[in-house]
Write a protein that binds this ligand. Sequence first.
Ligand code: KE4
Length: 471
Amino acid sequence: MAAINGVGLSCPSKLTKSTKSQTPKWATNATIRMTASVDEKKKIYTLQKSEEAFTKAKELMPGGVNSPVRAFKSVGGQPIIIDSVKGSHMRDIDGNEYIDYVGSWGPAIIGHADDEVLAALAETMKKGTSFGAPCLLENTLAEMVISAVPSIEMVRFVNSGTEACMGVLRLARAFTGRSKIIKFEGCYHGHADAFLVKAGSGVATLGLPDSPGVPKAATIDTLTAPYNDISAIETLFEEHKGEVAAVILEPVVGNAGYIQPNLDFLAAIRKITIENDALLIFDEVMTGFRLAYGGAQEYFGITPDLTTLGKIIGGGLPVGAYGGRRAIMEMVAPAGPMYQAGTLSGNPLAMTAGIHTLKRLQKPGTYEYLDKITGELTQGILDAGKKTGHAMCGGYIRGMFGFFFAEGPVYNFSDAKKSDTEKFGRFYRGMLEEGVYFAPSQFEAGFTSLAHTQEDIQRTVDAAEKVLKQI
Ligand code: KE4
């Protein structure tokens, strides 16, 4: 089992008095006037255009966004409207630049708008954007995924992580002939009805009591347990002997904030699912190709029966996938009776972006670099927290990280919910003003890329110390 890379859970050291620096004054929602020292050019940080555009957006689309967590509901202020992205940076429509640690929620692991990916897309586009029929590019990406991910002998491409999780759930039920599914509180597996039970990500961010519109019948077979609690799983298997089709989990949680599995947790889950003839599903939509080229299952050395993927395998275009043992996957129509379909599944553009993204990740040194910069970033932020007297804890593995305003340790969603989310909001807005863009919710993770530089990391850590002094 690979050792978990990660920053130890840190507790605040003795407080050292920090000199009070100028506190930025909030002028209005649209214009935040930054006070600068006399020798710095006065810099007006304005969100004027973003505010106007967002006001319009709220008339046109529910909450002004097409995915709830983008709405900044839990961090205050309002979303910045992005004009362009490149490498590790993004620029909003007011011309403000940010170091981006969201990376489109994971896909941008080699950096945004990579020249090689764009060139390949331009070439593919000359042949059309969608065929609605098989194309060679599907074979290419399928071969790459199968050779990379230990559990996958056969794969089905879809258009999102949600679709991947929907498909894999139906497949697990079809293969086992059982209905119950076990998920963990705070884990998020997309917005399909069956998974909207104690879900993470936007559901947690907005504090929604799961979701109206989901009939009891859709969730009656969804059982939940606290993450990292193997005895809770043992109890559920006892109480539902012979009924559990599968256990699905994020092998490293990124949707309740960043939560790592305890060392024996994944192995224990693997053991108990085998003992109960239930399937183990790793939802690697976020961790796939991010913690290792073979995902978390390669990193931890635990092979599930089925795996879901998304984000990175589409390189920024809509792609999801589910895959696993051939005997299971051959149940999927038209090879078998379990139905699942999609108009744009496997389209040549998305396949192209995925292929070129994975090709870049195959280069030697990729994951060592991600480990190095993400470790420096996470440790730097936690050290800044210690220096400024804030209780903080956090961790990272390769290109994924997170931190909480809490003493720690954070082992599960209820621990995460005890963290100081209000302080997270103040920190978030202060960092935005300093030109650093984290995920706009405490209940999300952060992502680095091969495009993040040493300078990006240092600037972020310096900004964190400055903002932590002020909040
Ligand atoms: P999509 O349907 O959003 O492509 O994937 C759903 C999904 C499934 N499984 C895991 C582990 C995921 O993290 C996700 C989606 N992640 C969120 C971020 N926490 C997407 C961002 C959003 O909802 O806007």
